[in-house]
Design a protein around this ligand. Structure first.
Ligand SMILES: C[S@@+](CC[C@H](N)C(=O)[O-])C[C@H]1O[C@@H](n2cnc3c(N)ncnc32)[C@H](O)[C@@H]1O
Length: 179
């Protein structure tokens, strides 16, 4: 592959192909994305066509003065971009809150796939994995982003709970099959 390729795009592209094959081309899957930000990853999940329900969870708030911690940008701009990115998909729902506040409004074993890309701090990632696991069906998938340096908190939390991911992708997304 050429050096100039977009590893984020290809990472999620191959992740989508992995999901397709894992579920034997079943389609009609239900997923939750914890941390959607501008909806760029959401766009990748949604455009795969595999999911009948995509539940995005993001509070779109944090830090001070209505600026977010990633870039010096207003949350309203970030949220406007989210809606722009998902404008063609009527199967995407936004729950504007923190994961830990809303996760228990879903039954256990409800989701085929949960993707975690929220806070990258060790305690937060660990908590997100722990609260998400019961909500994933047996044989379903749990994964997330940034299993890489400098996100040592992500690596530590994932390894502590699962030993190692089953697979990592080119964008450093990780995945584990729930036994
Ligand atoms: C790295 S960004 C997500 C990027 C997005 N997945 C993408 O690839 O385009 C992290 C997002 O997680 C959100 N977030 C932080 N803690 C959260 C939590 N506990 N529940 C849900 N979202 C959270 C932040 O507001 C932020 O928008």
């Amino acid at each position: 592959m050429v050096d100039s390729h977009n590893r984020f795009y290809f990472g999620l592209l191959y992740f989508n192909i992995f999901i397709l094959e894992h579920f034997n081309y079943k389609g009609n899957l239900k997923m939750m994305e914890i941390g959607s930000y501008r909806g760029e990853s959401t766009f990748m999940w949604a455009s795969s066509g595999m999911f009948k329900e995509i539940t995005c969870v993001d509070p779109y708030k944090g830090e001070t003065d209505n600026k977010n911690e990633y870039f010096d940008e207003d949350w309203s701009t970030v949220k406007r971009d989210f809606w722009t990115n998902i404008r063609y998909f009527d199967n995407v729902k936004l729950v504007q809150d923190f994961s830990y506040n809303i996760i228990d409004s879903y039954p256990d074993n409800y989701f085929d796939f949960i993707y975690i890309d929220a806070s990258h701090e060790y305690e937060d990632v660990k908590k997100d994995i722990q609260i998400s696991l019961p909500k994933v069906k047996h044989g379903g998938l749990i994964g997330g982003h940034d299993y890489q340096k400098p996100w040592t908190g992500v690596i530590k939390a994932v390894d502590e709970i699962f030993e190692k991911p089953d697979i990592t992708f080119e964008d450093e997304s990780w995945v584990k099959i729930k036994s």
